[in-house]
Design a binder for this molecule. Structure first.
Ligand code: ATP
Length: 241
C-alpha cells in the first residue's frame, strides 16, 4: 500500500545540534496524524523536510512514495506554515486566486472552490477585504483556505488553529474529517490536547526522537494516566531523564 507520508531514520543537524535523530514514522491515506511535542522538539523541522524546504542530514522522507524534495509531488501537498504566507496588500480573494493559479487550477474551478472554502472558514463576506485589515485568527483562516485550494492529497498543518475561536475550531475539525473520509492524509501539529484527541494516531516527539506513537486512547492506557495531557507529560519527562 502507498503510504501518504513516510520518514526513514530521518536526521537533521543544525551545526552540531541534533534537531532530529533517526526518526521513522508512517502516515496512511485517510488518516489524521497528530505530531505533538514541547517547544523545540523538532516538529517544524520534520514538516519542512517533508515539504522540501529543508534537506535532511541523514535518512529519507517520502510523500506518496516519492522521495522528497521532488517537484513532481509539490501539487499533491498542501502546507500551512505557522507564520501565514499571505500578501498583505492584496484582498482575501486575490490571495486565494494567486495560490490557485500557482497550482494551475482552471478559472472556472477556482470560483466554486473559493466559495466552498470561504464559507468553510466563514470569511465569504470578507473576500474583498485587504489582508492587513484582518485579525490574526482571520489571517490563519485565509491561510488555511489557500492551503486547500488545489485539493491536495496530503495536508500538512503547522498549528493551524492558533488564534481561531472555539466554534470555528470545531468546524475546522469537521472539515478535516470530511477530507479524511475522501482519503486525504492530514499531518497536524498542535499544542491543544482536545484537538490531539481528535486525531486517529499521535506521534509524541521530544528532543528529535519519536518517543511514543499510538491512538489517543491507547497512549493513555500505555502511560497509565487519566488524560492525554498527563500521558504527554509522563512520556516527555521519561525522555528528559
Ligand atoms: N535554522 C535553525 N538553526 C539552528 N537551530 C534551529 C533552526 N531551526 C530550528 N532549530 C532548533 O531545532 C530545534 C527544533 O526546532 P523546531 O522548530 O523543529 O521545533 P518545534 O517542535 O516545531 O517547536 P515549536 O513547538 O516551538 O514550534 C529547536 O531546538 C530549534 O531551536
Amino acid at each position: 500500500m502507498v503510504c501518504a507520508v513516510r520518514t526513514v531514520l530521518l536526521g537533521k543537524k543544525y551545526g552540531d545540534f541534533k534537531a532530529l535523530d533517526n526518526l521513522s514514522l508512517e502516515i496512511n491515506k485517510g488518516e489524521i496524524y497528530g505530531l505533538l511535542g514541547p517547544n523545540g522538539a523538532g516538529k517544524t523541522t520534520i514538516i519542512k523536510i517533508l515539504c522540501g524546504l529543508l534537506n535532511p542530514t541523514s535518512g529519507e522522507a517520502y510523500i506518496l512514495d516519492n522521495k522528497v524534495p521532488n517537484k513532481k509531488i509539490s501539487s499533491d501537498i498542501g502546507y500551512m506554515p505557522q507564520e501565514t504566507a499571505l500578501y498583505s496588500g492584496l484582498t482575501i480573494h486575490q490571495n486565494i486566486e494567486f495560490y490557485a493559479k500557482l497550482f494551475g487550477i482552471k478559472n472556472n474551478e477556482i470560483k466554486e472552490k473559493e466559495m466552498e472554502l470561504l464559507n468553510f472558514v466563514d470569511l465569504y463576506d470578507w473576500r474583498n477585504e485587504i489582508i492587513e485589515n484582518l485579525s490574526g485568527g482571520m489571517k490563519h483562516r485565509v491561510s488555511l483556505a489557500c492551503t486547500l485550494i488545489h485539493n491536495p492529497k496530503v495536508i500538512i498543518l503547522d498549528e493551524p488553529t492558533v488564534g481561531v475561536d472555539p466554534e470555528l475550531r470545531i468546524s475546522f475539525w469537521n472539515y478535516f474529517n470530511k477530507l479524511k473520509d475522501e482519503g486525504v492524509a492530514i499531518l497536524i501539529t498542535t499544542h491543544y490536547m482536545d484537538e490531539a484527541e481528535r486525531c486517529d494516531r499521535i506521534g509524541l516527539i521530544n528532543h528529535g526522537h519519536l518517543i511514543a506513537e499510538n491512538t489517543p486512547k491507547n497512549l493513555i492506557i500505555e502511560a497509565g494516566t487519566d488524560s492525554l495531557e498527563d500521558a504527554f507529560l509522563k512520556f516527555s519527562r521519561m525522555c528528559d531523564r
